[in-house]
Design a protein around this ligand. Structure first.
Ligand code: LMR
Length: 397
């Protein structure tokens, strides 16, 4: 029956983790997948999360179905975090939010919605973008093309190229934007640059689809949501936000994300939400209970939220320290050209390493990175930093 099914290439990110797990060499390091590891090399279980988890265990509640669009307390807390508690959009009832199966689920449900609402639209993503963006929008039936973004020569932003490409798009084109901590490059827009992009997108009648998977991982919860807040203030009628708690709550496997659609008014938001619910029902019916309850439990308690913010700050500061450590370590080995790693934001750095150098890192040093040269700096710690630095210095020689 399945004789015609050919072998499909493995996922460039999660497939690499499979190879890493199968590697028996001691001291191996996974700089591939975007996961934050703490100083001891473990994925942290945040204290704020554990408190809610223990309370939930004590309550031992039954596990009925959640509503199709998820836990209301989760969706409300998400709206406040993403748009700001005082957002006029929220007061006006213009935002329809659904708990989704991770940020990826939000992207896919959002893509399905747009495919129904704007069947002729094209989708544009940054060059480069997260590997799965193209896959998700293609799977929903969209043509996906790139807009200029990363400048390999400067290891920074090709802002003129970005504006030029966005300026040529047809009205109604869906523009996928990374709110912060751009994946894979770590290269973000400044607030001033965001203002220009927002003005251009509004003028040309484009539809922004903002992916915010790393809120709090660069500057802080509100600062990292600058793009969302600027679009909200701009008076633009509609935009879409997918957000994820995988990283910010260290809840990767709980698959906690959300899709928020901003409509022209309350009534439009309600109509859009009815379609979102139909789409979710046709894919996975409703989200699972546990992860959403954890996030809602933290965000809806002043005390736990403060604890979470402190833990998020610790994660963010540790990443900044690892960036600095890597740059200093490489400079000490005579490789002074990596200073840009400290300018980049979030978990990732486009290191500039070639595919051949990445292959050597893996084969000769048991250090795993993405073939594009993307490394996850959040997987570095004082225990593995020197080895990674020495290995990088060796493969670039
Ligand atoms: C990554 O880019 O490594 C993460 O977002 C994990 C994933 O799902 O790819």
């Amino acid at each position: 029956l399945f004789a015609s099914v050919e072998m499909t290439p493995g996922d460039p990110i999660l497939g690499l983790t499979e190879a890493f797990v199968a590697d028996s060499r001691p001291g191996k390091v996974n700089l591939g997948v975007g996961i934050y590891y703490d100083e001891t090399g473990r994925i942290p279980l945040l204290r704020a999360v554990r408190e809610v988890e223990e309370a939930l265990a004590r309550e031992a509640k039954p596990r009925g179905y959640l509503p199709i669009d998820g836990l209301p307390a989760y969706n409300q807390a998400t709206q406040k975090l993403v748009f700001g508690a005082e957002s006029p959009l929220l007061a006006a009832g213009r935002v329809a939010t659904s708990q989704t199966i991770g940020g990826s689920g939000a992207l896919r449900v959002g893509a399905e919605l747009l495919r129904k609402a704007l069947p002729k639209a094209k989708v544009v993503i940054s060059s480069p973008s997260w590997e799965n963006h193209r896959v998700v929008f293609n799977a929903a039936g969209f043509d996906v093309v790139d807009y200029a973004y990363y400048d390999a020569a400067t290891h920074g932003l090709d802002f003129a190229g970005m504006l030029a490409d966005l300026g040529k798009l047809e009205p109604g084109t869906v523009v996928l934007l990374h709110a912060c901590c751009h994946n894979p490059t770590g290269v973000d827009l400044s607030a001033e640059q965001w203002k220009q992009v927002v003005a251009l997108v509004k003028d040309r009648g484009l539809l922004p689809f903002i992916d915010m998977a790393y809120q709090g991982f660069d500057k802080g919860i509100d600062a990292d949501a600058t793009a969302v807040r600027l679009f909200a203030e701009s008076g633009i009628e509609s935009f879409v936000v997918a957000n994820s708690y995988s990283k910010s709550f260290s809840l990767y496997g709980e698959r906690v994300g959300a899709l928020s659609i901003v409509g022209a008014n309350r009534e439009e938001a309600l109509r859009v939400q009815s379609l979102v619910k139909r789409i979710i029902r046709s894919i996975y019916s409703s989200p699972s209970t546990h992860g959403g309850a954890l996030v809602a439990g933290v965000l809806n308690s002043a005390e736990l939220r403060a604890l979470w913010e402190q833990e998020l700050t610790e994660m963010r500061e540790r990443i900044h320290a690892m960036r600095a450590g890597m740059v200093q370590g490489l400079a000490a080995q005579g490789a002074a050209q990596f200073g840009f790693i400290q300018q980049q934001a979030g978990m990732f750095s486009y290191s500039g390493l070639s595919k051949a150098q990445v292959d050597r890192l893996r084969e000769e040093h048991a250090i795993y990175a993405i073939g594009t040269g993307r490394i996850c700096v959040a997987a570095l710690n004082r225990g593995n930093l020197d080895n990674v630095v020495a290995a990088v210095a060796a493969v670039i020689r």
